[in-house]
Design a protein around this ligand. Sequence first.
Ligand code: 1GP
Length: 238
Amino acid sequence: MKVYDSIFTAYQNQQSLLAVLIDPEKTQPEQGADLCQRLQGTPVTHLLVGGSTFEGPHLEELVTQLKHESGLPVLLFPGDYAQITEAADGILFLSLLSGRNPEYLIEQQVKAAPLLQHTSLEVIPTGYLLIESGTETAVQRVSGTQPLARNNPQHVAMTALAGQLLGKKLMYLEAGSGAQHAVPLEMIATVAQSVTIPLIVGGGIRSFAQIQAAHQAGATMVVIGTAFEENPNFFKSS
Ligand code: 1GP
């Protein structure tokens, strides 16, 4: 089954998915085996690989290692069009719909197109919505865009719906890596009621209670990055 089909099936059946975000800037390929070993027997279902600034040469080796060692689907989550490798199963083909910077709405995607023209990667059109989370995040800084207000869930929901109507098949609500405040639960619920595509929620989620609450609010997939980076036993210690 294609990765998207399995995510959509989980959405339809109200099953919860859990992804770990691996930042290639902070992770060497030789660390892959140990990381994956720490994910064995945990509820983690997917790996995302990407970062805001990475341009290093070892992406393919890292993805190959993670795929081999984990047996989990590996999706690219690129901060830049150069972060593409055929070694992954698929790519979240992101468009930063919360921002008004054409570079991240369409220009990066045009640059990526020749790399994806003959790809075997599963390309998943994904709307990416940056939500205000207390302090400036790397996505905000790198993209040069303003996040959507955290006290206006209706506006976020309509932005997500516009994305769905444009053809996005996933919607990612992003508070930003290491965010002070995660995406509000009320916002997740409002967006989930407004669209008929799976929601991914990430940024600032640091406990199993938060993961569960995000799922219950309507997230199909929750993403954990920093909490696992800071505590490699995060998924085993809960
Ligand atoms: C960032 O949503 C991800 O793109 C994960 O965020 O590092 O805060 O878990 P954290």
